[in-house]
Ligand binder design. Structure first.
Ligand SMILES: [Zn+2]
Length: 151
């Protein structure tokens, strides 16, 4: 491989690395995917209409329930073992109930704390990758050939 091709390949890797890590890093910091300066949210889990620093439109992307799914899954994996272990421990009932209340509070608190970061990361990845809903070209009516059929 000549030096120029090696340099080009290395530049491609660096470019891909920046494309992937910047939206994630900026999402965790709850910052704009475009400039990294403006804040994403106007209040808890509510996106601003646009970036206050660079004017990037934030209305074009929608994370839907993606962040809730990932956060719920992660929190479930971390906390589920304790819900099985706690009833098996030999202790007073009121202590077990207290343990469940503390465990439930910790679980809900963790989920609520992680949600903005996950929402920011998914949102930033959507915007930086220009992700949008799939656009399907019609294949014609049932029983009829597609519009571009050349038969
Ligand atoms: Zn910005």
């Amino acid at each position: 491989m000549c030096a120029r091709a090696a340099l080009s390949a290395r530049a491609g890797r660096v470019h891909i690395y920046v494309m992937i890590t910047d939206p994630i890093k900026r999402g965790i910091q709850l910052r704009c995917p475009n400039c990294g300066e403006g804040r994403l949210f106007s209040r808890y889990l509510v996106f601003r209409d646009e970036c206050e620093a660079c004017g990037q439109d934030f209305r074009s992307a929608d994370t839907a329930d993606g962040p809730a799914f990932f956060v719920g899954f992660l929190v479930m994996i971390v906390f589920a073992p304790f819900y099985f272990i706690l009833p098996m421990i030999d202790m007073a009932l009121w202590l077990k109930i207290l343990g469940f209340i503390v465990l439930l509070s910790a679980m809900v608190g963790t989920a609520l704390a992680l949600l903005p970061m996950f929402k920011g990361v998914l949102f930033n990845l959507q915007l930086s990758n220009k992700a949008e809903e799939a656009q399907w070209e019609s294949t014609g009516k049932h029983g009829a050939p597609p519009r571009n059929w050349k038969g």
